[in-house]
Ligand binder design. Structure first.
Ligand SMILES: CC(C)(COP(=O)(O)OP(=O)(O)OC[C@H]1O[C@@H](n2cnc3c(N)ncnc32)[C@H](O)[C@@H]1OP(=O)(O)O)[C@@H](O)C(=O)NCCC(=O)NCCS
Length: 371
């Protein structure tokens, strides 16, 4: 089928932002700071503060922010009831969508002055609630919601694994959340901004954004990449496996990007963590196969991995079930979505583009009996 002209609005500016720059040749900056610097030096909480408040925090600001976030993690009783009623076979992004939407019912945003508080609350409670749902529906366990961990990453892992978490694991997830936190006018953020432009409440903006992130062409790609890597039995199979997919005109999940044309700067960062975690892991093959797949697709099709691809083995090595991969992306992106909603609200005009009509010419009305 012929591609529609201007399909996907590729390359067209749909507005302004001061939050991040995504450049075709492979550069990503949040408010001017490179993703490489942020991943190396900042914690996810520092990055969240930067995106939500516009500047990096000083030590005191950060400690206060972390303390506040940690105090907002527990689920209200009625949310526990809701989450316990969601079956194990629900799509995990439906669960995230429900959590955020339900929080909008019981702790609604009464005025835009509350927006920062809403974001902090949603970051904390969604993290707890998604793990709570997973453990309850899959293992029949009602987890203790308190972990005593300071960071979102460590809290998530400890809730999930119910054990002390080693530093490399905490660091990997922390960096991953930074990588996923913000990405300009991607599909889910744009969805959220359109909703924000109607002056709707923040819970609605984020619920809408989650709906867009759910799709396999967006957030769902990390899960799909994992399922694909799990099909591979040995490194010798990789090239043939990829060639077969290409021959069948199948999309290789975790490869390609709508804006980047040579590389996704986030990929090498998470790839390094995946490599480190793969050492001595019984499923080392996942990372090794991924590395071969990367080289082969580059050579054959000029395709490069996006951030989702090496997230798949990395998350697996952290003991995260595949089902929770996309919800983690959503948890991190609560920050970017919120920051964009604030930005939209601060200088708003309803987003209402026009369309080029390609339907039939003007026609005369035909009565129903004569059709
Ligand atoms: C991300 C994505 C939706 C971008 O789509 P897009 O902007 O339409 O892609 P492009 O226009 O750059 O595609 C150029 C060509 O490469 C092909 N291509 C792009 N990504 C591909 C992939 N992952 N596997 C196989 N071929 C791919 C396209 O089919 C297209 O071929 P064509 O010109 O013969 O039709 C697309 O690359 C994709 O579906 N990737 C897999 C899903 C994924 O990983 N999503 C997460 C994104 S962060």
């Amino acid at each position: 089928m012929k591609k529609l002209q201007g399909a996907g609005l590729r390359g067209q500016s749909a507005g302004q932002t001061s939050l991040s720059t995504v450049e075709q040749e492979g550069s990503l900056r949040y408010l001017g700071y490179s993703i490489e610097d942020l991943a190396k030096h900042a914690s996810f909480e520092e990055v969240a503060y930067l995106l939500l408040l516009g500047e990096l925090p000083n030590k005191k600001n950060l400690e206060e922010f972390e303390r506040e976030l940690a105090g907002l993690r527990n689920m209200p009783e009625s949310l526990v009831t809701v989450v316990e009623s969601i079956p194990a076979d629900a799509h995990p992004m439906e669960v995230v969508r429900t959590i955020i939407s339900y929080m909008g019912v019981i702790e609604s945003e009464k005025s835009f002055d509350e927006q920062l508080q809403v974001t902090k609350r949603l970051l904390g409670v969604t993290t707890t609630a998604i793990v709570y749902w997973y453990k309850y529906s899959h293992e029949g366990v009602r987890i203790n919601q308190e972990t005593g961990e300071k960071s979102v990453a460590a809290h998530f892992l400890k809730l999930l694994r119910q054990e002390d978490i080693e530093e490399l694991h905490k660091k990997t997830l922390d960096v991953s959340l930074t990588l996923y936190a913000e990405h300009e006018f991607n599909a889910s953020t744009f969805t959220g901004r359109v909703c924000a432009s109607t002056l709707s409440d923040l819970h609605s903006c984020l619920t809408a954004a989650v709906g867009s992130l759910r799709g396999p062409l967006h957030g769902g790609a990390n899960e799909e990449a994992m399922k694909m890597l799990e099909e591979i039995q040995s490194v010798d199979q990789v090239k043939e496996f990829v060639d077969q997919k290409l021959e069948n005109k199948e999309k290789i999940m975790g490869f390609g990007h709508a804006v980047y044309s040579v590389k996704d700067p986030r990929s090498d960062i998470i790839k390094d963590f995946s490599a480190e975690l793969s050492k001595d892991h019984k499923d080392k093959l996942l990372h090794d196969a991924a590395v071969i797949m990367e080289a082969h697709l580059k050579e054959k099709k000029g395709l490069f991995p996006n951030t989702d691809f090496f997230h798949a083995p990395a998350y697996h090595y952290l003991g995260i079930p595949t089902k929770l991969f996309t919800p983690l992306f959503a948890i991190a992106r609560i920050i970017g979505w919120s920051a964009h909603a604030y930005e939209q609200r601060s200088n708003n005009r309803i987003i209402r583009p026009s369309a080029d009509y390609i339907g039939p010419e003007d026609r005369s009305w035909v009565d129903i009996e004569s059709r």
